[in-house]
Design a protein around this ligand. Structure first.
Ligand SMILES: *Cc1c(COP(=O)(O)O)cnc(C)c1O
Ligand code: SF4
Length: 434
């Protein structure tokens, strides 16, 4: 398949859009896409979305902007301007105002920028001791955009919010000076959107540096779901797979962190074949996804997804809680509900698939898991723990919060019988009280 992508500018040319969507639905997409980035490709359109089931189809909701993603008053504002044919500059201004209300920079990412010799590595984040994130500048877009994506400010070009870095040399120097770092995680956007040539230039430098404490190269990507041809028919498919093999042969653990939101994404023959080829290089594929209303908030979806992934030789890794940014009001699932779905699906899968952890919130202090709902002296509580902490000492220590049926995120929870959670004082000291 030859890659063809569509955006807000030309989506009306998509034959399925013309055939299956009403004028009203097309207008809604146009309105919402003024605020949220929109990009979809021909594989998603032809192979993933079931157009007869639109608008309820989960793959459609995953990639096409949905009316409910804007709060009613914001929707009305933009819809009015679009309807009146107002000039794009004015619409952009209004859209930017709405964007800035949507917490575009969650989880204190600005605190995690590493430094070496007084120089900031603006394209990297070092939050958890063992793992450094690397945002190669050529990998800051994706094959299609997920409607719930928390990286959305990167794609709409709110300038000061972008991360990107070309200076791989500085990154390598930093890793060398930090013996606690065992993992480097290529992330984005989607680093697998980089051409093989660019990707290889990064990898070769890392391999050449031969840093003894660096054990794992991770790639966080949605390419298997959105463009499996990267490993099948793209002109650099064979070279990309060869490079994976080179990494493995050099003694690294190559962790391919695949992002799937629904079992439907794993089912196509293309994905099955691409998965086989990636595994044949010696890479291990681990899978992760947030839990999302309208897309995968059901026990059956997760049960089926995890089982299928194990059958395909992948390792289920994380279930995330959708972050406190963008259209969280639309995609958000109550914490107690996320836990119930996790638990009920987890109970019904083989022990082999119970490698999965969650539901987990990537928040400013760390990755906080909802271990469950329980009762202490007759009081209903949430039991939580850290899967990752800004201070590694916080990990694996259960703590409690008052039960709150309406909570979507940690900041809506209150400690049980205490002024603050055990980590809060230290947290303030670490990042400043801002
Ligand atoms: C999730 C995450 C990692 C990786 O965490 P693991 O639990 O090791 O997968 C690293 N850095 C940041 C900032 C993260 O959010
Ligand atoms: S693939 Fe990842 S980074 Fe890209 S739009 Fe989806 S969630 Fe965001």
């Amino acid at each position: 398949m030859k890659y063809k992508s569509y955006s807000a500018r030309n989506f009306k040319e998509i034959p399925q859009v013309k055939k299956y969507l009403s004028k009203r639905e097309i207008f809604d997409i146009e309105v919402v896409s003024k605020v949220f980035p929109f990009k979809v490709n021909n594989y998603v359109i032809e192979r993933l979305i079931r157009w007869e089931e639109v608008p309820n189809d989960p793959m459609f909701r995953l990639t096409f902007p949905q009316k409910g993603m804007l709060l009613p008053e914001d929707y009305e504002k933009i819809a009015f301007l679009v309807e009146k044919g107002k000039n794009p500059e004015l619409i952009r201004e209004e859209a930017n105002k709405i964007r800035l209300k949507l917490n575009p920079h969650p989880a204190g990412q600005k605190y995690n920028v590493p430094q070496i010799r007084g120089k900031k590595l603006t394209g990297a984040q070092h939050k958890y001791r063992e793992t450094i994130l690397f945002f190669p500048s050529q990998g800051q877009t994706c094959h299609a955009y997920c409607t719930f994506c928390f990286r959305w400010p990167q794609f709409v070009g709110i300038k000061e919010l972008k991360f990107a870095m070309k200076e791989i040399e500085l990154l390598i120097e930093y890793i060398k000076e930090h013996p606690e770092i065992t993992d480097v995680l290529f992330t984005g956007g989607d680093p697998m959107i980089m051409s093989h040539k660019v990707f290889r230039s990064y990898i070769e430098k890392i391999l050449k540096a031969d840093i003894p404490h660096l054990k794992t190269i991770r790639i966080g990507t949605k390419v298997l779901s959105y463009w499996p041809y990267k490993f099948l028919t793209d002109s650099d498919a064979a070279e990309t797979l060869n490079l994976f093999k080179t990494i493995v042969d050099a003694g690294y653990n190559l962790a391919f962190m695949a992002h799937f939101n629904h079992f439907r994404e794993c089912e196509t023959p293309e994905v099955r074949e691409a998965t086989k080829r990636i595994r044949a290089t010696g890479a291990i594929i681990r899978t992760q996804s947030p839990i999302l209303r309208y897309i995968n908030n059901s026990v059956d979806v997760w049960k089926k997804m995890w089982s299928l992934q194990v059958e395909m030789g992948m390792v289920p890794y994380y279930m995330f809680v959708v972050r406190d940014t963008g259209a969280q009001h639309y995609f958000g699932v109550f914490l107690h509900k996320a836990w119930e779905i996790f638990r009920d699906a987890y109970r019904q899968i083989s022990g082999i698939a119970r490698t999965v952890k969650g539901p987990s919130m990537s928040a400013t202090p760390g990755k906080i898991r909802v271990l469950g709902v329980s009762e202490i002296s007759g009081k209903k509580v949430f039991v939580l723990d850290f899967l990752q902490g800004r201070n590694p000492e916080w990990v694996g220590r259960p703590f409690f919060a008052k039960y709150n049926e309406k909570a979507f995120w940690i900041d809506e929870l209150e400690p049980l019988d205490k002024e603050s959670f055990f980590f809060e004082k230290e947290m303030e000291a670490l990042v400043g009280n801002t």
